[in-house]
Write a protein that binds this ligand. Structure first.
Ligand code: AQP
Length: 332
């Protein structure tokens, strides 16, 4: 089976619909077809300032949500990044073959650091994509299911893998981004040209899986739509309606053309009202299951410990090879 790895940051009290549709939904599907490794990337979560107690809480909420949306620890390896020390160890090595210039070209760093004030951004935020490369390469992943916003980081990962292999001998699998076009960029409900994002969307623009469903329904009903009346998938000219159709299609498991046919001649209000119901029905069981997993923290922590153990059996082997290739003296 091909190998897959992906991660998600525990930087919010809930995942949003963009995280779920862009990435996590594919994680669930790929556990059936791939040898799957998924992690809650807490090392990444400290790159932009954090509160320790909140981080601990959010790490568990993230793991519980991943289980609630369908990750099955018997079918995939689910773990917390900091439980596997090889991530930080390999990141150092990868950082030493990354050019300062190429890291400086990462648009996510440019965006996030300019929002914080460039002088105040941490070195960790700057080297974030290098750690991400280490996450992926440690597991020799063939594919990495992510949203469109991660494409550039995946390109860097591929470049670093090829560079290392070229300099020190074939060591890493060169991974490919796995991006599903239809859900690659879920947009902000209030600004349908921007991505739905926890750090830049307004509360009205973002749907959190764990928020009060009545609130989600209201946000869908007040989503910004486009001029005209036609319900048609056309991201260029109708970004608002296209976003709603994309979300509807993914959550209801119906094709966009099917939805276009159903809403032909009907108004935006009808579409929003129905989608609001679809979203409410979708999040309700997820919320219940998340609460159940969070109701037994000992069991949740145990499950994550087992995941880390499984992850280490792969990551330790890769790191050993890397250390040897790079010329580190093996301890006697
Ligand atoms: N709007 C989105 N559409 C599709 N995919 C998305 N992802 C995030 N937003 C969208 C994907 O979610 C996965 C987890 O991402 P992360 O842990 O890096 O979360 P994030 O990037 O911190 O989430 P945000 O909301 O995008 O946060 P900020 O605003 O801080 O950058 C990734 O695969 C990502 O592509």
């Amino acid at each position: 089976k091909p190998r897959v790895l992906s991660g998600i940051q525990p930087t919010a009290d809930s995942f949003h619909l963009g995280n779920y549709l862009g990435a996590v939904r594919n994680w669930v599907a790929m556990q059936e077809t791939h040898d799957a490794f998924y992690c809650v990337v807490d090392l990444h979560a400290i790159t932009a300032g954090h509160d320790p107690e909140t981080l601990r809480k959010r790490t568990r909420i993230s793991a519980a949500q991943l289980l609630a949306v369908g990750l099955d620890p018997d079918r995939c390896t689910l773990f917390v990044q900091s439980h596997v020390p090889e991530h930080a160890q390999l990141a150092w090595v990868m950082g030493c073959i990354t050019g300062f210039g190429e890291a400086s070209r990462m648009t996510q760093f440019k965006d996030k650091s300019s929002r914080q004030g460039a002088e105040r951004a941490s070195v960790g935020l700057f080297t974030y994509p290098v750690l991400q490369a280490a996450d992926i390469l440690l597991y020799q992943a063939d594919q990495v299911p992510v949203g469109e916003d991660q494409r550039q980081h995946l390109e860097l990962t591929r470049d670093l893998a090829q560079r290392f292999n070229g300099q020190f001998g074939a060591t890493f699998t060169v991974p490919a981004a796995y991006i599903v076009k239809e859900t690659a960029k879920i947009t902000d409900l209030q600004d349908p040209t921007a991505k739905m994002s926890k750090s830049s969307s307004s509360p009205a623009g973002i749907i959190d899986l764990l928020e009060d469903p009545a609130r989600s329904a209201k946000k869908i009903r007040s989503a910004v739509t486009d001029t005209g009346r036609e319900i048609r998938f056309d991201p260029e000219n109708k970004p608002g309606i296209s976003n709603l159709l994309g979300i509807y299609s993914a959550l209801a498991g119906r094709s966009v053309s099917d939805l276009e046919a159903e809403y032909e001649g009907r108004g935006y209000g009808d579409l929003k009202k129905d989608l609001a119901e679809v979203v409410v029905e979708f999040v309700r069981p997820i919320q219940e299951r998340t609460a159940t997993y969070l109701g037994d923290l000992a069991q949740l922590d145990k499950l994550l410990a087992v995941g880390a153990e499984k992850a280490r059996s792969i990551s330790a082997t890769t790191l050993r090879t890397v250390y040897q290739r790079i010329g580190f003296l093996a301890p006697a």
